[in-house]
Design a protein around this ligand. Structure first.
Ligand code: CDP
Length: 219
């Protein structure tokens, strides 16, 4: 059984995916972590930084070759670390997500993971292109969204726990920018498929979203 969950940044898709997997005893993969891991390692090796434009990375063959090596060496499942969630890694991951060579390698890894669940039961993957590209054959597809102001508030509450000093308005600006990038990206843009079950989580808590998803799955 394959469950694909796509949605906007900070919409609660990761929370839903994790709790659904737990509830059903399935394997779970946060696919954003793959892009974040390549980005973080690329930064640590001095291959990319925030000043480099997407176009410049795309034409620098030597950089692409190094990124390809990093992507090939990733082994799943990945460990979630605070560095992977930083603002800087988010911005760098968005650059990495624009490179077709890297997407192809990560696509293979996501499909391998989905086809061999250690649970033997099923998988839940969350990201931007799961229902459209990674698992078009998924039995259940979800699309999760919420109003940008609500998503910024949630991110703000999350970051406050780690003593971050970021402003809520800055987070809202970033979410709006990320939405624009995700919906209009040339390769694998975010798309709301007609056969994906849509949940607007603006006025729902995590448990309510989980119950709605479970009701849909259980028919
Ligand atoms: O939820 P949030 O936007 O904070 O981050 P994420 O889901 O961890 O995604 C990190 C980056 O990877 C974003 O720029 C996504 O657009 C990109 N991504 C992607 O292109 N395809 C996926 N399947 C998952 C993430």
């Amino acid at each position: 059984m394959k469950i694909a969950i796509d949605g906007t940044a900070a919409s609660g898709k990761g929370t839903l995916a994790r709790s659904l997997a737990k509830e059903l005893g399935y394997d779970y993969l946060d696919t954003g972590l793959l892009y974040r891991s390549v980005a973080l390692q690329a930064k640590e090796h001095g291959i990319i930084d925030l000043n480099i434009s997407d176009k410049k990375i795309a034409i620098a063959r030597s950089k692409i070759r190094k990124l390809i090596n990093i992507a090939h060496l990733l082994t799943l499942p990945l460990l979630d670390k605070p560095d992977l969630r930083s603002q800087e890694t988010s911005l760098l991951a968005a650059k990495i997500a624009n490179l077709p060579e890297i997407r192809d390698i990560l696509l293979e890894k996501q499909r391998l993971f989905a086809n061999k669940p250690t649970s033997g039961l099923g998988v839940v993957l969350d990201g931007r292109d799961i229902g459209t590209i990674v698992l078009p054959d998924a039995e259940f597809k979800f699309f999760i969204d919420a109003k940008p102001e609500i998503r910024a508030k949630r991110r703000f509450a999350e970051l406050k726990k780690s003593d971050s000093e970021v402003l809520e308005q800055t987070l809202l600006d970033e979410i709006n920018k990320r939405d624009a990038e995700d919906w209009t990206r040339r390769i694998a843009p975010l798309k709301r498929l007609p056969n994906a079950f849509f949940i607007d989580s603006s006025s729902l808590n995590a448990d309510e979203v989980l119950q709605i998803a479970l009701n849909y799955i259980n028919g």
